[in-house]
Design a protein around this ligand. Structure first.
Ligand code: C2E
Ligand code: CA
Ligand code: CA
Ligand code: CA
Length: 279
């Protein structure tokens, strides 16, 4: 009936208003979050599967809002991109991660590398390269200790421009990783042309590694291709011993995931580091 239809419309529009409100609130909170020091970095190790050593850690942002609680990056990074706030947040992440890594290098982990996620919008800004150089300068971190993780879609947005920036990064000595590999539309011809040092196989391929032989075939092919292209391979989302054994048998270089270690804050990372070495 008519009244039911009316109710429905009211219901939906209320819902949308609520969503818009939450969004607007999040956006204004997001603007203040940097000043209020509400962002934190967690760190998750990447393990060399041959030696068992932790060679590198990935920085993962966390937002601890006093009222909302922990907000996942999957929720606020897209909003930060839409509003342009990602430029400032991204610069903060870069500097904080480099400073922290330099500190750990000087306090017991001399060869530790750091991998930092870069969003598409952030990467396309003309100031991006100078922000990277500034983070390296401020932290005194060697460029070779830094990797930047970009998704395929970020790289392909304006491929000519992207390649030039990636080459400039590599000329500085900074490494470039392709994140979430296998989830986009990666054509192999792109892969040949893109100057990348590392491919990170998306966790969706690792999840069913042991119960789906086709995933083993795919992962095996990526690893073989990596060897041919002199690109190192990281398997993401390793959650079981079985998955890690398969990856080791396939000669995958690095593994990352809850089985090895969950992302940890700086204090827990310093404590947890010892236990990882026994896996
Ligand atoms: P990502 O770069 O693909 O990061 C991997 C995500 O998988 C992280 O989620 C990590 O905590 C989670 N993870 C690690 N090991 C496992 C595992 O064994 N199993 C499962 N199920 N998950 C695992 P997180 O920290 O919530 O980050 C989500 C995404 O947010 C990241 O995906 C990245 O795209 C983005 N992100 C995180 N930090 C930053 C940042 O500082 N800057 C930018 N631009 N994006 C970030
Ligand atoms: Ca990543
Ligand atoms: Ca990933
Ligand atoms: Ca991802």
């Amino acid at each position: 009936s008519k009244s039911q239809g009316g109710n429905k419309i009211t219901y939906y529009s209320t819902g949308m208003n609520d969503q818009a409100m939450v969004r607007m609130e999040l956006e204004s909170y997001l603007r203040k979050a940097l000043e209020k020091n509400e962002f934190h970095l967690y760190y998750q190790p990447l393990m060399d599967l041959k030696s068992g050593e932790i060679t590198c850690i990935e920085a993962l942002i966390r937002w601890q809002h006093p009222l909302i609680g922990l907000v996942s990056p999957a929720q606020f990074i897209p909003l930060a991109e839409e509003t342009g706030l990602i430029e400032e947040i991204g610069a903060w992440v870069l500097t904080t991660a480099c400073v922290q890594t330099k500190y750990w290098q000087q306090n017991g982990f001399p060869n530790l590398g750091i991998s930092v996620n870069v969003s598409a919008y952030q990467f396309q800004q003309h100031t991006f390269l100078s922000k990277v150089m500034e983070a390296l300068h401020v932290s005194r971190l060697a460029p070779a200790s830094l990797s930047l993780e970009l998704t395929e879609s970020a790289m392909l947005k304006d491929i000519g421009y992207s390649i030039s920036i990636m080459k400039s990064l590599q000329e500085l000595g900074v490494k470039v990783s392709m994140d979430d590999f296998g989830t986009g539309y990666s054509s192999l011809s792109y892969l040949r042309n893109l100057p990348i040092d590392t491919l990170k196989i998306d966790q969706s391929f690792i999840k069913h590694l042991h119960d789906d032989p086709s995933n083993i075939a795919i992962v095996k092919a990526i690893i073989t291709m990596g060897q041919g292209l002199a690109v190192s391979i990281v398997a993401e989302g390793v959650e079981t011993h079985e998955q890690m054994n398969i990856l080791r048998d396939l000669d995958c270089h690095y593994a990352q995931g809850y089985y090895i270690q969950k992302p940890l804050d700086t204090a827990a990372f310093e404590q947890g580091f010892r236990t990882v070495e026994n896996i």
